[in-house]
Design a binder for this molecule. Structure first.
Ligand code: F6R
Length: 605
């Protein structure tokens, strides 16, 4: 949600920042802006534009020289998308420039106070408050001015600040919104996401909440907002720059769907122990005695990660025989839940930055709970806040909607379920059965992907629907939920997901020829029950697309997927529905990687 990139060094900064913004655009894309230092010291130069980074690029003059700059791509929270509400925000004298991710909770109060002192605001944003606070500070150093400002604000921020009187530095600060320093040779970068850094350096320092940094061309310094030096040392980022390219695909979504066989292979690698038919998860920090003491598992996540958590809860309950359920983290936080010391809490997040999940983790930790993370981004806020966890190793996911991270998260849950199960009641034989099934997944996913052309033909038919129904039972229900979310996010077709068993309790009233139903029909103990639901729909002249292990007579079309172990079927049954959503949206001409109103990584409430 919103992207920041900044640079100080010797290079021409504008092209470098625009390229960085393009890499961050998936985090927010309703407006963008850039500030560079003017070689003629004393003022900063700025260009901003409502719209995409390419709209900003079109406005940046040919001669826009400078070797220090900060830039931002925005996803509006305070104030509608517009040129003036875009970041950076400058003071009236063009001396101070601020880019900000996050939300200033006391912005209205600070704004009123500043207005009473005669400040005239140019925008409706909360960020502009920070600019004026810094500009009006009487402190001698930029660091001190920024420190005073961040002490005055409540809320979340990742900020980068330039000042025309201190042209040798950029000062940055973090509280709840990622700030990552990129350490180069006689040049320094800063960004809210490694995506913008990786083409220039793989040496990074991730700031902690309450930390600030001063970047100079040949030096950086980290310290707390109270001024204590923190001496952070750089770490090497594992992800390759090429992972952020489209690699010959037309969209990131297509690329990421196609990467799933390799991604699943990665999450399994090095974790299976054939000797004991179990799984080792190095970062769990949970010894067998503690694992045996768990009486419940509660999984928390948002959106797609919540859906992965629902499947995860089923896997853990089924294999480890521990009562387990999943709940949206956003709901959990606000219902004052009973926090039980014998419950294992698991926070699921692709980005590791989602505010609602992070806030739930912090609340749980404050109450003494044990929290594990199932996270993709290494070193992200949730990964660091958790007591331990499992990285899902999907690699960078750039498309706003999640596909490979979902699949890898579910596989990570299957690994965790085997691990917990083998410490408790899962037999050697069942452990081996699941492990063998896990190993088959990459090739089976590839087999499904090879059927893309057929799914594309089906999608052409569905692109005409105004609304669609998705149904599944038990393990199939979260698959239906996720498939319906994927379709609505990128095609904007209204979609509902219901447990198949609930059809006759209400939604059957909706069934008619113009409302197609996608039904998840695995060959498992519920096959006959699922077939009965197809009969009910057919009897009302409903059109049916089944995702099944064999042709379904009552369905108008069946996508046949390879059979794995019953427990692992949901992983495979979701894949063709990613492709269905993709091709439906494509047939409708949608902007698939950047759907309207959405942004990757929701770091605000
Ligand atoms: C949907 C999607 C979102 C995210 C949700 C949580 O395709 O990607 O629903 O799953 O915003 O994000 P993370 O997993 O980063 O916590």
């Amino acid at each position: 949600m919103c992207g920041i990139v900044g640079y100080i060094g010797k290079r021409d900064v504008a092209p470098l920042l625009l390229e960085g913004l393009a890499r961050l655009e998936y985090r927010g894309y309703d407006s963008a802006g850039i500030v560079v230092n003017s070689p003629k010291a004393g003022a900063l130069k700025m260009v901003k534009a409502k719209g995409r980074v390419r709209d900003l690029e079109a406005r940046v003059p040919k001669r826009f020289a400078g070797t220090t700059g900060i830039a931002h791509t925005r996803w509006a929270t305070h104030g509608a998308p517009s040129d003036v509400n875009s970041h950076p925000h400058l003071d009236p004298e063009n001396k101070v420039a601020v880019v900000h991710n996050g939300i200033v909770d006391n912005a209205a109060e600070l704004r009123a106070k500043l207005e009473a002192e005669g400040v005239v605001f140019a925008s409706e944003t909360d960020t502009e408050v920070i600019t004026h606070l810094i500009a009006r500070s009487q402190a001698d150093t930029l660091e001190e001015k920024v420190r005073e400002a961040v002490k005055a604000i409540d809320g979340t921020y990742g900020i980068a600040v330039m000042h025309a009187d201190f042209t040798d530095r950029i000062v940055v600060a973090r509280n709840g919104s990622p700030v990552i320093l990129g350490i180069g040779e006689k040049e320094m970068l800063v960004a809210s996401d490694v995506a913008a850094l990786i083409a220039h350096t793989r040496q990074v320092v991730t700031l902690n909440d309450g930390e600030m940094a001063t970047l100079k061309a040949d030096d950086f310094r980290t310290y707390t907002t109270s001024g204590t030096t923190t001496n952070s040392t750089p770490e090497t980022v594992e992800w390759e720059a090429a992972s952020y390219d489209m690699g010959g695909h037309d969209t990131y979504m297509h690329k990421e769907i196609s990467e799933q066989p390799d991604a699943v292979d990665r999450v399994l690698r090095g974790r299976i122990d054939d000797r004991f038919n179990t799984v080792h998860l190095g970062g769990l920090n949970l010894d067998p005695r503690e694992a045996r003491g768990i009486r419940r598992v509660k999984i928390l996540g948002c959106g797609t990660s919540y859906h992965a958590g629902l499947i995860g809860a089923g896997l853990i309950e089924g294999m480890a025989r521990i009562p387990a359920d999943a709940e949206p983290a956003s709901e959990f936080r606000y219902r004052n839940p009973v926090v039980d010391p014998d419950t294992l809490y698991i926070a699921v997040s692709q980005s590791g930055e989602t505010y609602d999940v992070l806030a739930a983790v912090q609340e749980l930790k404050r109450k003494g709970a044990r929290v594990l993370g199932v996270v993709n981004v290494v070193g992200s806020a949730i990964a660091r806040e958790a007591d331990g966890g499992v990285y899902v190793h999907a690699g960078p996911e750039v498309c706003v909607v999640s596909t490979k991270c979902f699949t890898n998260t579910v596989v990570a849950f299957a690994l965790l379920a085997v691990h917990l199960g083998r410490i408790r009641d899962l037999s050697v034989t069942d452990g081996k059965r699941i492990i063998d099934g896990l190993r088959k997944l990459p090739a089976q996913i590839q087999e499904i992907l090879d059927g893309e052309e057929d799914i594309k033909k089906l999608a052409a038919e569905f692109a005409e629907a105004k609304s669609m129904m998705f149904i599944g039972r038990v393990r199939g229900y979260p698959v239906a939920l996720e498939a319906s979310l994927k379709l609505k996010e990128i095609s904007y077709i209204h979609a509902e997901a219901y447990p198949a068993s609930e059809l006759k309790h209400g939604p059957l009233a909706l069934i008619e020829p113009s409302l197609p139903t996608v039904a998840i029909v695995p060959d498992d103990d519920l096959l006959e029950k699922n077939r009965a639901a197809l009969e009910e729909i057919k009897a009302r002249s409903g059109r049916i697309l089944a995702v099944a292990h064999r042709e379904q007579e009552k369905a108008d079309h069946t996508i046949v997927v390879p059979k794995n172990e019953d427990e692992l079927d949901p992983i495979l049954m979701g894949i063709p529905l990613q492709l269905l959503a993709y091709h439906t949206a494509l047939a409708m001409g949608r902007d698939i990687d950047k759907p309207r109103n959405l942004a990757k990584s929701v770091t605000v409430e």
